[in-house]
Design a protein around this ligand. Structure first.
Ligand code: FAD
Length: 391
């Protein structure tokens, strides 16, 4: 069986690529080893798929080459994807910070992609494992559990390593190496952080407590929610900073990002000298956390008994609470994989290999990783589209 194009992986990037190539009259086969396509789309955004972001721009992506993503993102924008969503009558809304979600269900996005595939006469083979990939004079030859499939071009869209239970595999990296491509070191990103020892013992029983913070490394800051968990810390601000945090690096949390400090504490001292610090802090922070901070660090006396220097020190600690994370929760819960196929060996306009003509890499398998908020799907759509226009 000979195809113009075989796409390995029926996720966001693979399906978009197949649609675009199919629309151009290419004979396309998508091979997906899981029992259905688009599993990550289905589980994304709490079941409502944060399918893009109004503000998607190259600055929202991490890569050894920050310029690489520009061309594909410019040629298939968030507005192009929104237009497709609207063509299919899918109602959507902006939640916050430009993040767009389906009003109803992420199933609608998968159905939309499958309808587009059907219209473009794309063939999809699910539950099909690939044993071997070879290159010959005709193109590519894939030995699968259902026999050999041949194609002129091959698109690797098999995703990253996050959530192995959803079909994630290292297959794309393995193929890249087989064809002489460099794979940059991978690690779990957009992942909760773990604490250990005293750092965990002091706060683990506050699991479930949530508050707005600004989480910072020396280079990057994110404002968003923090959630204390029984193993460490999570929430949007932590997931975001986890992509930039290096093991061993200090991390700081601004626990009162909406308060002027130390002015607010000084005003409380003037206005309510008899109020205990715990009571004052409980009005700005979750009560259990305020109590714990007083127990462990600040003491709990009437406000009038704190000297100016002490109030300044408390303010400084609330402004930059030091966190010593022991690691991330890893691929089990990470939303994405950092690193991957080195962009230096790919064309940024077509995603084609510079080493092996006819071979393409798209989506998360490539060393381009988005921040939290719909940016990863936008990269999947844009890079899939770029390859689908060329392959
Ligand atoms: C829980 C969760 C929630 C997320 N929420 C969002 C969100 O709301 N917004 C956002 O922008 N991003 C989100 N992401 C990230 C987003 O899902 C990914 O960045 C995106 O799916 C990457 O697309 P992809 O096509 O490259 O890879 P995937 O979508 O992972 O697709 C790869 C496909 O290849 C298949 N495959 C793997 N190995 C093989 C093989 N050997 N043979 C055949 N098939 C194979 C896999 O089964 C899979 O179907 C979320 C991720 C997770 C884990």
């Amino acid at each position: 069986m000979h195809y113009d194009l075989i796409v390995i992986g029926g996720g966001a990037a693979g399906l978009m690529c197949a649609i675009e190539a199919g629309k151009r009259g290419r004979r396309v086969l998508v091979i997906e080893h899981a029992n259905r396509v688009g599993k990550k789309i289905l589980m994304s955004g709490g079941g409502r798929c944060n399918f893009t972001n109004l503000h998607a721009a190259p600055e929202n992506y991490l890569s050894a080459n920050p310029h690489f993503c520009k061309s594909a993102l410019a040629r298939y924008t968030q507005w192009d994807f929104i237009a497709m969503v609207e063509r299919h009558g899918i109602a959507w809304h902006e939640k916050e910070l430009g993040q767009l979600f389906c009003d109803e269900s992420s199933k609608q996005i998968v159905k939309m992609l499958l309808d587009e595939c059907a219209e473009a006469a794309v063939q999809i083979d699910t539950g099909c494992t690939i044993e071997q990939v070879r290159r010959d004079d005709q193109g590519f030859s894939l030995d699968t559990a259902r026999g050999t499939r041949n194609s002129t071009a091959l698109v690797v869209a098999s995703g990253g390593l996050s959530i192995p239970t959803m079909g994630a595999s290292g297959f794309g990296y393995q193929l890249a190496r087989q064809f002489g491509h460099r794979v940059l070191p991978t690690r779990a990103a957009l992942a909760p952080l773990t604490l250990s020892g005293k750092h965990l013992d002091d706060y683990a029983d506050l699991s479930g407590v949530a508050l707005p913070v600004i989480a910072s490394t020396a280079e990057k800051s994110f404002r968003g929610g923090l959630l204390l968990t029984h193993r460490g810390i999570s929430g949007p601000a932590i997931l975001q900073i986890s992509s930039y945090w290096q093991p061993g690096e200090p991390l700081h949390l601004d626990l009162l990002p909406d308060h002027e400090l130390p002015e607010w504490l000084q005003a409380q001292q003037r206005e309510r000298p008899s109020a205990e610090l715990k009571t004052v802090l409980s009005e700005a922070l979750p009560k259990r956390l305020a109590q714990r901070l007083c127990e462990l660090r600040f003491g709990n006396r009437p406000m009038r008994q704190y000297r100016p220097g002490e109030l300044n020190e408390i303010a400084a600690q609330l402004r930059a609470w030091p966190i010593v994370a022991s690691g991330t929760e890893g691929y089990r819960t990470a939303e994405v994989t950092l690193g991957g196929v080195d962009t230096a060996e790919l064309s940024s306009t077509t995603m084609e290999s510079r080493k092996v003509p006819g071979l393409y890499f798209v989506g998360e398998v490539v060393d381009v990783t988005g921040q939290l908020g719909g940016f990863n799907f936008q990269w999947a759509w844009a890079s899939g589209h770029a390859a689908g226009q060329a392959a």
